[in-house]
Design a protein around this ligand. Structure first.
Ligand code: ADP
Ligand code: MG
Length: 705
């Protein structure tokens, strides 16, 4: 008999055949340890036995008694029954019935003591007990058996693996439970009142009470989030160990910038600006995530941060996910900073521009506020420090762009970039630049901290005043013609419209097909007289930009698109956003799409097409119609669909939690605070199991530490 360890294959356990091992594998279980981490989904309370004399029809119960008489029987319709009459210690009897198990007559004989679980029902005018599970009590045994006389675990099952069977195997596996190493510091267990891991594992499978179940769950969930939090914090402190020259900015520069803005900053903008400026002037490299709903005014904040850093004598750079967005930011920032005498450049895969200072414009007779330059010249200018602010796409890190002295790196719509890309740009310099990521995906604060534990968080939780409300309406099934008429009216009035094709998650090919068909149908049958563009994810970046450019310049009245349009593009003249099969989208995603309109002076509309009549779909969409608060919508979405779906975390290397839930904000906060304490006291370094857990996490993310 081989020695049992946590790493032993499950087949080492008694009574697991290769076929059964194959089925376990489908549940992700190959080792004894994995079997132990297959947690029950619920429990049945089989602690106390019901008194036979008091059974009522419909009652589910566990009873215990001795077999008085047993026989099999065939009903008139040919069903095989097995009956056994049980008598308990008060002398009361009940007839127990097993359907289709006549073979039991060989097993269950008169005089045996049985424990049975089942339901009391009237059967042929007699109260009988219909048996679901049974166990034979051997030799007057009094200690709890695996299945009865206790709180019994019910496991998530797969075909061919019953909960009852699993219970037995887990019971055996628990013999080596003490080999599971404690990964939490002693002081954490005390401070947080957590069960030690071995105890938690025992209680989670065969609990002594329901309170113990709660404690075990708490401990196991705590551990999962805590490891994630601690690793984030350690990463952050490592990254912040980089050398940094303080970027000393001047108050008068900030004031000069604010003075030439056509509006005042909102309170929320001022607050995050202060946080960012403090970081910039500090001696520790900034690592900050700036969250703000679409249209909350992140760009101004970014522009101001870049401005003061440039004025302090460093370069600043802004990286965005698409060329069209880069260009849009370039023009916005250039016009904002025009009078302030900085050299600003655009560097993308296909375009290189530099701003021309107002005096040079006069001197050279330029009409435009920018000029085209060739790429190698622009790179030279950047390397020589002749450009203060560089705005661009991934081309910024992919091409061999060398900065003279980058003091600030900003990444817009950060969720569009991979972790690796974030790291790469960050490591481009000796003097560690300050690092700011911006996101329009409203992630509740505590969740953001868990997901991006290596970043500080600033949130713009307020929209600029006077922002028009976007009128949102649901178009019921069969009424789509109304939406088309509405779009035609708007186009006639000189406006433009987006039409978003249904989301097809299973396949990009299908999605593409449906987008193309929709395009054909609309351009031939519905709007043959209007010019229509098509945008989808399979197009090359240059092709996408070309289509967007034509839409911006009003060559197209209507743009049909898949969700690639989601990212921060600004077309103030577009006033209708029609989303087909809206029920297929997440609410947060709908909100992003809605944010594409209402960016100009005209009243804007979001129209939700749906063919669904289910109550749930209508309820979700109605919630969306009634709310324009991105954070509220994201939270509702989170509760409805879970974070994996909402934030596309499935691909992000986030661990699959077995116990923890990313919607448990309280626990997320608690683990964060504890991780901060543990990091501060440096306790983690002596705990190998903890380090192993963090290493495993990092490997999953594809990071080296
Ligand atoms: P986002 O956070 O989506 O990137 P932007 O920075 O693009 O938002 O801002 C959206 C619009 O709101 C822009 O046209 C911008 O000029 C305007 N804006 C930004 N801040 C304010 C403010 N404090 N008051 C009025 N308008 C503002
Ligand atoms: Mg933006």
């Amino acid at each position: 008999m081989p020695i049992l360890t946590l790493q032993s294959p499950v087949t080492t356990l008694w009574g697991i055949s290769d076929v059964q091992a194959g089925k376990l594998k489908k549940l992700g279980i190959t080792t004894v340890e994995e079997l132990l981490y297959h947690f029950p989904s619920r429990y049945c309370d089989y602690r106390t036995y019901a008194t036979i004399g008091r059974l009522r029809s419909g009652q589910e119960a566990v009873i215990r008694g001795t077999v008085l008489q047993a026989d099999k029987q065939t009903t008139q319709r040919g069903r095989q029954l097995f009956n056994a009459t049980l008598v308990d210690d008060q002398g009361k009897t009940v007839k127990c019935v097993w359907f289709n198990q006549a073979f039991l007559s060989k097993v269950i004989k008169e005089g045996l003591e049985l424990i049975v679980v089942g339901k009391a029902e009237f059967f042929r005018q007699q109260l009988t007990f219909q048996v679901a599970e049974y166990e034979i009590v051997k030799g007057g045994e009094t200690k709890p058996s695996v299945h009865f006389g206790r709180i019994v675990p019910v496991y998530p099952e797969t075909a061919g693996i019953s909960s009852k069977w699993l219970r037995h195997k887990v019971m055996m596996a628990l013999e080596v439970v003490e080999q599971i190493a404690e990964c939490l510091p002693e002081s954490t267990l005390l401070r947080q009142k957590l069960l030690p891991v071995v105890e938690a594992m025992r209680e989670i499978h065969f609990p002594n009470s329901f309170e113990a179940v709660d404690q075990a769950r708490d401990r196991l969930a705590f551990e999962e989030l805590f490891v994630l939090q601690l690793r984030g914090l350690i990463r952050k402190s490592e990254l912040q160990q980089g050398k940094k020259t303080k970027r000393v900015w001047k108050q008068e520069d900030v004031l000069a910038f604010l003075k030439q803005l056509p509006f005042e900053l909102t309170g929320a903008q001022s607050k995050v600006l202060r946080e960012i400026l403090d970081d910039i002037a500090g001696g520790v490299p900034m690592r900050r995530l700036l969250e703000g709903d679409v249209g909350s005014g992140k760009t101004i904040v970014a522009a101001l941060a870049m401005f003061v850093v440039a004025k302090a004598g460093f370069q600043a750079t802004l990286m965005v996910p698409t060329e069209i967005l880069a260009e849009q930011h370039f023009h916005k920032v250039t016009s904002l900073l025009k009078v302030l005498g900085l050299q600003i450049a655009l560097l993308t895969g296909s375009k290189n521009l530099v701003s021309t200072p107002p005096d040079a414009q006069a001197l050279l007779g330029f009409e435009e506020h920018f000029a085209k330059v060739n790429r190698s010249m622009l790179k030279e200018m950047i390397a020589a420090g002749k450009v203060d602010i560089v705005i661009g796409t991934q081309a910024l890190i992919e091409a061999d762009v060398t900065f003279k002295d980058v003091g600030l790196v900003i990444i817009d719509e950060q969720h569009r970039f991979g972790v690796e890309q974030r790291a790469k740009l960050h490591q481009a310099q000796e003097d560690t630049p300050d690092f700011l990521m911006m996101s329009a995906t409203p992630i509740p604060r505590s969740l953001a901290l868990a997901l991006y534990g290596d970043l500080d968080l600033s949130v713009i939780d307020q929209l600029p005043p006077g922002r028009q409300k976007i009128v949102t309406r649901i178009i019921p099934p069969g009424k789509k013609a109304l939406a088309y008429t509405f779009i035609r009216d708007r186009v006639r009035a000189g406006r433009q419209a987006f039409i978003i094709c249904p989301l097809i998650e299973e396949s990009e090919k299908l999605q593409l097909k449906s987008a193309k068909e929709e395009y054909e149908r609309l351009s031939h049958e519905v709007f043959p007289d209007l010019s229509i563009g098509l945008l989808h994810g399979q197009m090359k970046p240059a092709e996408k930009d070309e289509v967007m450019r034509k839409f911006v310049s009003k060559e197209f009245s209507i743009l049909i698109s898949t969700t690639v349009i989601e990212v921060g593009i600004d077309v103030p003249n577009a006033v209708v956003m029609l989303i087909e099969s809206a029920e297929r989208f997440g609410l947060a995603q709908l909100h992003q799409l809605r944010g594409r309109v209402g960016r100009g002076e005209h009243q804007s509309y979001c129209v939700l097409g749906t063919e669904s009549r289910t109550e749930k779909a209508i309820e979700r969409l109605t919630l969306f119609v009634q709310s324009d608060d991105g954070f509220k919508i994201a939270e509702a979405d989170l509760q409805l669909r879970g974070p994996g779906e909402v934030y596309g975390l499935k691909q992000s290397g986030l661990p699959d939690f077995r116990m923890a839930s990313l919607t448990d904000f309280k626990l997320i906060e608690r683990t964060r605070k504890e991780a901060e304490i543990v990091l501060g006291e440096n306790q983690w370094q002596g705990i190998k199991p903890l380090q192993d857990r963090m290493k495993a996490l990092a490997e999953k993310e594809g990071l080296l530490h």
